[in-house]
Design a binder for this molecule. Structure first.
Ligand code: FAD
Length: 317
């Protein structure tokens, strides 16, 4: 079932999660161990992130370095199929532009459709770690909107080969990323919102936000969306801070602010165990306020750990 159908059917705020595929060489059991304890909150859909290739350098004889391309977290599509099979719940694979030609994207979309997957979160992806800026494949997409257009075309039965006769339309519900605190590459919020609107006008169905720690940022973002006639559901993405290190890393990685009050509380903590308590309580308060505001769904970035999300969800759902 499509995410938008779940949202329409819901009588109150839904619970959903995002999980990461395990590191290469690890078993899918770690995914089940993350999802099992959260099933009591009945997530109607579970997002699975996509991780593109990275370059590593291996020392060779004679002191040479060999550049190797490796995907450290493969398995997005397989995990989606396993989720549907094991939990009878919908899975939302993240599909990115980076590393894909248009033909590879088309093939991936065909696989997803054949697996009975009805939803896609369509995103551009970041630059490869060793590269300064995002570089699309020679025959790939430069921005999420181009990927969205390809999915919308396939939803209408238009494949890349326009000589295909009677091609079967696919039927994907399309989610996109939104940034209450602006995407870091955008010169200003107005420009970022303009590009977000273009993604919706191209045929996307809902927005999932980057994590934020100040609900006012989300409220302002939704207001801006509505003023620009972006009328699709805006699902807030949340994550608790659980270590002091995270308080320093999250702003750098995700280009978001940590509110002064939260940072002061974190700085007072003597151990990461204390930080975790502060972070979980903060996220519970955020969730309560957002639920009261009437958000369609609270979407938690588990980052591979169920326990923090379970403690938060048990106070909200
Ligand atoms: P876009 O919408 O293409 O925007 C990228 C930038 O370009 C923005 O600054 C935008 O304002 C600008 N822009 C957009 N269109 C145009 C245009 N036509 N001309 C000029 N400028 C333009 N990354 C992963 O690798 N895997 C994941 O699984 C993943 N999941 C995510 C889930 C969520 C909910 C979020 C919020 C992010 C996720 N990301 C993931 C990160 C995401 O890939 C990065 O933030 C990426 O840098 C931007 O992706 P996007 O889809 O927002 O890009």
């Amino acid at each position: 079932m499509k995410v938008t159908e779940h949202l329409k059917k819901a009588k109150s705020t839904l619970f959903s999660i995002e999980i990461l595929p395990p590191l290469r060489g690890k078993s899918i059991q770690s995914i089940f161990e993350c999802i099992d304890p959260l099933m009591e909150f009945k997530p109607p859909f579970i997002d699975v992130t996509y991780h593109r290739e990275e370059y590593i350098y291996k020392k060779k004889e004679g002191g040479y370095l060999e550049k190797i391309s490796i995907r450290k977290r493969p398995g997005t599509v397989g995990i989606c199929a396993a989720i549907i099979n094991r939990y009878k719940t919908d899975a939302v694979p993240h599909i990115i532009c980076g590393g894909f030609s248009k033909h590879e994207t088309e093939n991936a979309l065909i696989d997803l459709q054949f697996l009975g997957i009805d939803n896609i979160l369509a995103i551009r992806g970041d630059a490869i770690k060793s590269e300064a800026a995002f570089i699309p494949e020679p025959d790939g997409h430069g921005y999420a909107i181009d990927l969205i257009k390809q999915i919308v075309h396939m939803n209408k039965g238009k494949y890349l080969d326009d000589e295909l006769q009677d091609a079967t339309p696919v039927s994907f519900c399309i989610g996109v990323a939104g940034y209450p605190e602006k995407h870091f590459e955008a010169p200003n919020i107005k420009s970022d919102m303009k590009h977000l609107k273009a993604k919706i006008d191209a045929g996307s169905d809902y927005i999932v936000t980057q994590m934020f720690f100040d609900n006012q940022k989300y409220f302002d973002f939704v207001k801006k969306c509505r003023e620009m006639h972006i009328n699709v559901p805006v699902i807030p993405g949340l994550k608790p801070i659980t270590t002091k290190k995270q308080a320093a890393i999250l702003p750098k990685t995700f280009h978001i602010d940590i509110p002064e009050d939260l940072l002061e509380e974190v700085e007072k903590c003597k151990t990461d165990k204390d930080v975790r308590e502060v972070g979980i309580e903060w996220c519970i308060q955020q969730s309560r306020e957002l639920k009261k505001f009437g958000v369609p769904c609270l979407h938690y970035y588990t980052m591979g750990s169920a326990e923090n999300t379970r403690r938060i969800a048990s106070k909200i759902f």
